[in-house]
Write a protein of this length. Structure first.
Length: 220
């Protein structure tokens, strides 16, 4: 039997909270541990119920999702927070990820992908929706010098690892990358593990950021 993932939903729109609750309660392996309408209430609720995953809106009254995420990841290092919001611009995405979010999805994301993101975050993974990944890459490259440094021998990627990075930049999950490359999900995880080791980064989001800085991925 798999672990039940306890989730709280944080959004200032009651209809959004209700829809997310329906998605979660109708899926196997999830339990809705509570709801909050702003970041301050979310912090209090997490302290009370100790969920595994928080689905967190960004722009809310009283306390926004960025500040709430910053406080929660500082106080509860093991908590996983997935941003779920209408906005995917650099001024929202980068601060949210810097605050400790384990992923960032836009609100038109399918219910299945939202559930997959919650599972992936619970398992220690990171996820970005395709639009967020594209915006992040474009914003990084717009602010980076046009001639990035060359990779050292120990940092150079194989052709297959470059393929994985390119698909990562499209916002694909590990399972989607595996399907695209006709390999197992475990193989994709192995490739990502080698990339993070070569580049000295922590996770798939930092892999994407480094690849964008190095101009290894280009989006049109």
């Amino acid at each position: 039997m798999t672990d039940v993932i306890r989730v709280i939903v944080v959004d200032d729109e009651s209809l959004v909270r209700a829809a997310l609750r329906v998605f979660l309660e109708s899926a196997d392996g999830f339990e809705v541990a509570g709801e909050a309408a702003n970041g301050a209430d979310a912090v209090a609720l997490v302290r009370a119920v100790h969920p595994d995953v928080v689905l967190m809106d960004v722009q809310m009254p009283i306390m926004d999702g960025i500040e709430a995420t910053r406080r929660l990841t500082r106080e509860f290092p093991g908590i996983k927070i997935v941003a779920l919001t209408t906005f995917s611009t650099e001024r929202v995405v980068v601060p949210m990820l810097s605050a400790g979010a384990s992923g960032f999805l836009v609100k038109d994301t399918s219910p299945e992908r939202i559930l997959d993101a919650a599972r992936l975050a619970f398992d220690g993974g990171y996820v970005l929706s395709p639009r967020v990944a594209e915006n992040l890459v474009n914003s990084i490259q717009a602010n980076e010098p046009p001639a990035p440094r060359q990779l050292g021998r120990d940092e150079a990627l194989t052709d297959r690892e470059l393929e994985v990075v390119a698909l990562l930049a499209k916002g694909m999950s590990n399972a989607e990358i595996a399907q695209e490359l006709f390999v197992s999900e475990a193989t994709v995880k192995s490739h990502l593990g080698r990339i993070t080791t070569k580049w000295g980064v922590r996770d798939r989001i930092q892999v994407l950021i480094r690849a964008a800085q190095l101009r290894l991925v280009m989006l049109t």
